[in-house]
Design a protein around this ligand. Structure first.
Ligand code: DC
Length: 215
């Protein structure tokens, strides 16, 4: 596969589910960059690391690897742990720190060097892979995004209030789109897809059709 696909968008827009399907159908490698920010956030939470200085020192001694759709933090599989609400509540703050971003963006660029990746995140089309052959930006109305997250957490047995989830997503959107370094924004050449009233297979097929048509 001689091309890369960048998929960006806010929390709950359906990026990871759709990116995974697209990668599978096109026989490409899926890379969830949010999982990398989450894995590092988990390390700061577990070790009670709070100051910016300590965080910056810690990232230099951290290994984050993505293998077979799993995330490894310093060699340990943390794929499930990074989905905890506590991590969702803390990750935006950590993702604002430029040194953390530089460190992870370098790894992400390397993973895409040989092409053939579908990468999702907030700054893939703008910063990580500005030359990606295909770029998509997924959005959805906030109420729908909150509903999706609510369903996902409920299916995992977590008891949550949908209004609280909506509030948290709103806060995360604000932090992700207003931060100074690589804020969430659509690349100028990205195709914008509103997923509010579309099913997952519909959106995945829309992306695949675009790619098969060659843009
Ligand atoms: O996609 P997600 O919800 O798992 O992402 C978790 C957080 O990581 C999100 O709030 C913003 C941050 N993030 C980022 O800043 N840049 C990326 N490329 C991916 C995620």
């Amino acid at each position: 596969m001689r091309f890369n696909i960048a998929i960006d968008g806010p929390a709950g827009a359906g990026k990871s589910t759709i990116a995974r399907i697209v990668a599978e159908k096109l026989n490409m490698t899926y890379i969830d960059t949010g999982a990398m920010y989450r894995a590092f956030t988990l390390k700061t939470v577990m070790n009670n690391i709070k100051s910016a200085h300590q965080i910056i020192e810690t990232i230099k001694n951290t290994s984050i690897e993505m293998k077979n759709n799993k995330v490894f933090l310093d060699g340990n599989d943390v794929t499930d742990k990074i989905r905890d609400r506590q991590i969702s509540q803390n990750v935006s703050k950590i993702a604002q720190i430029p040194e953390v971003r530089f460190f992870l963006v370098e790894i992400q660029k390397k993973m895409a060097e040989k092409k053939g990746v579908v990468m999702d995140g907030r700054d893939i089309g703008t910063i990580v892979l500005p030359d990606a052959e295909y770029k998509f930006f997924l959005t959805a109305e906030i109420k729908e995004r909150a509903r999706r997250r609510f369903k996902e957490l409920k299916s995992k047995g977590q008891i949550v209030d949908v209004r609280q989830i909506e509030k948290e997503i709103r806060e995360r959107d604000l932090q992700d789109s207003q931060r100074e370094h690589s804020p969430l924004s659509a690349a100028q050449d990205a195709i914008i897809i509103d997923t509010t009233y579309k099913s997952i297979p519909e959106v995945a097929n829309e992306i695949i059709s675009h790619v098969r048509r060659g843009g």
